[in-house]
Design a protein around this ligand. Structure first.
Ligand SMILES: Cc1cc2nc3c(=O)[nH]c(=O)nc-3n(C[C@H](O)[C@H](O)[C@H](O)COP(=O)(O)OP(=O)(O)OC[C@H]3O[C@@H](n4cnc5c(N)ncnc54)[C@H](O)[C@@H]3O)c2cc1C
Length: 423
């Protein structure tokens, strides 16, 4: 069965990148089909927003809804040393206006549902429990998708452009063999949820805490609403599985005893019983797409979550892709050249964040030493960590290099030109 091209845009996946792009394209008046394999609300990890997520949320018209939501307000971030000593929280309002300075800790089932509903309200056609199983092609050009529907039957949808917003599964990059792991960022994460765990009061209730472990491992501690806390540990697999400990639950509970602050804050709480694990997770796609195909969010690049950049990048890519695709529809030109600007801007965002992530994991690097030596760069560090990632940070990278090597810019991300051999 085929829909004979009734849509102008197909989107694979209704996470933050897919729903935001679908909402804005529908708002432009385009015929949009958003295809999601799960039934929402569905669970997803990734709960802490960065201050500069304000901009895409504002563009989507969702700030008032966020303000009226139950999501815990996040004003700051703090770091806890391996000895369990907490730093003074860094408050975003010391650098930004109130709008940007206060962000949120979100329960993804609710946040993603809000974004999906918004796309629907704007006019996107949404199908859930429908899995994309194949990209349809005409030579080098992607012409649509084949899906498996809830009743098990297959169908084809065609459109001049398909947006891959499938998250870390990176549907198109995996099938095109564009997926390149970032070898230095090959970490493992193990996490759980607690009810009744300790949280600070007032403006500090929603602080994100990053608590350090030996060998550059770290915990996140993210207070959510309904008295829940998301808490997880990230480190090298070899460190986490030392002494033959393999089960996520055992790894998690052993690491909790390695940081006194985490141990103390979790002590009054109770685990909800589920333990999650993911590994080998940082990668880049060689290309951001090809004729008729564009990659967004995690489907384009997944970066280690230490600085909580994933949602900001997913929403930013959703907004930028919607604008680029709108321009392509108006020009009736879906050639790779249309998406070079999108790719360049997004890669700059990713590369800046990636440089800081590399520094973070280097044994010689600490933010304290960097700021101690270069106090004038504290603002640049804050901007990058807050998600203002398309600034010129060249002075910062020169200073970071005094402590840790800066990774070379990856030659990835441009759209694949027709007929060009795979890089
Ligand atoms: C351990 C960990 C901690 C993290 N912590 C944070 C954090 O604190 N803050 C932060 O900002 N980010 C964090 N992230 C990253 C964040 O989760 C992602 O960056 C974000 O979810 C990306 O959004 P997306 O829309 O690109 O993809 P997703 O949110 O993954 O959405 C993709 C959607 O596509 C659907 N899909 C996939 N394949 C198909 C298919 N074939 N057919 C149809 N539908 C399909 C999926 O069901 C899903 O709903 C973390 C990630 C990890 C792994």
């Amino acid at each position: 069965m085929s829909d004979k091209g009734q849509y102008e845009v197909l989107l694979i996946g209704a996470g933050p990148s897919g729903s935001s792009a679908a909402a804005l394209l529908a708002e432009h008046g385009h015929k949009v089909l958003l295809i999601e394999r799960e039934k929402f609300p569905r669970y997803h990890i990734g709960e802490s927003l960065l201050p500069f997520t304000y901009e895409p949320l504002k563009r989507l018209g969702l700030i008032e809804r966020m303000r009226a939501s139950a999501f815990i307000k996040k004003h700051s971030v703090q770091f806890v040393s391996t000895t369990g000593k907490a730093s003074q929280p860094f408050y975003f309002n010391t650098r930004y206006d109130d709008d940007v300075a206060q962000t949120w800790q979100v329960l993804r089932s609710e946040f993603d549902q809000m974004l999906l509903d918004h796309a629907r309200d704007k006019g996107a056609n949404v199908v859930e429990e429908t899995k994309v199983i194949e990209l349809l092609r005409d030579g080098d050009r992607v012409t649509g998708v084949r899906v498996r529907q809830p009743d098990g039957t297959e169908a084809e949808h065609r459109a001049p452009i398909t947006l891959d917003c499938s998250g870390k599964d990176s549907f198109a990059a995996s099938r095109n063999r564009w997926r390149v792991p970032d070898p230095e960022l090959n970490k493992v994460a193990v996490w759980a949820y607690y009810k009744g765990a300790k949280r600070d009061k007032g403006i500090d209730e929603g602080t994100t805490t990053v608590a350090f472990l030996p060998k550059k491992g770290w915990f996140w501690y993210i207070p959510l609403h309904d008295d829940q806390v998301s808490v997880g540990v990230v480190a090298e697999g070899k460190y986490l599985t030392r002494d033959g400990v393999r089960s996520p639950k055992d790894i998690f509970h052993r690491e909790v005893t390695q940081n006194k602050w985490i141990e103390e804050y979790l002590a009054p709480g109770k685990s909800t019983g589920d333990y999650y694990v993911t590994n080998e997770y940082s990668f880049h796609s060689r290309h951001c797409g090809c004729e008729g195909l564009l990659l967004l969010g995690d489907a384009f690049c997944f970066l280690d979550p230490v600085f909580s950049s994933g949602l900001m990048l997913a929403l930013k890519s959703g907004v930028m892709a919607a604008d680029a695709v709108h321009a392509a529809i108006q020009a009736d030109d879906f050639s790779p050249a249309q998406f070079e600007g999108y790719a360049t801007t997004l890669r700059v965002s990713i590369e800046n964040m990636r440089k800081l992530v590399y520094a973070f994991y280097h044994p010689n690097f600490t933010f304290r030493d960097l700021i101690g030596k270069h106090p004038d760069l504290a603002g640049d560090i804050t901007d990058c960590l807050s998600g203002d990632v398309n600034k010129d940070f060249s002075r910062l990278w020169t200073a970071v290099e005094e402590f840790a090597p800066i990774p070379d810019k990856l030659p990835y991300g441009m759209p694949k030109a027709p007929g060009k051999a795979m890089a």
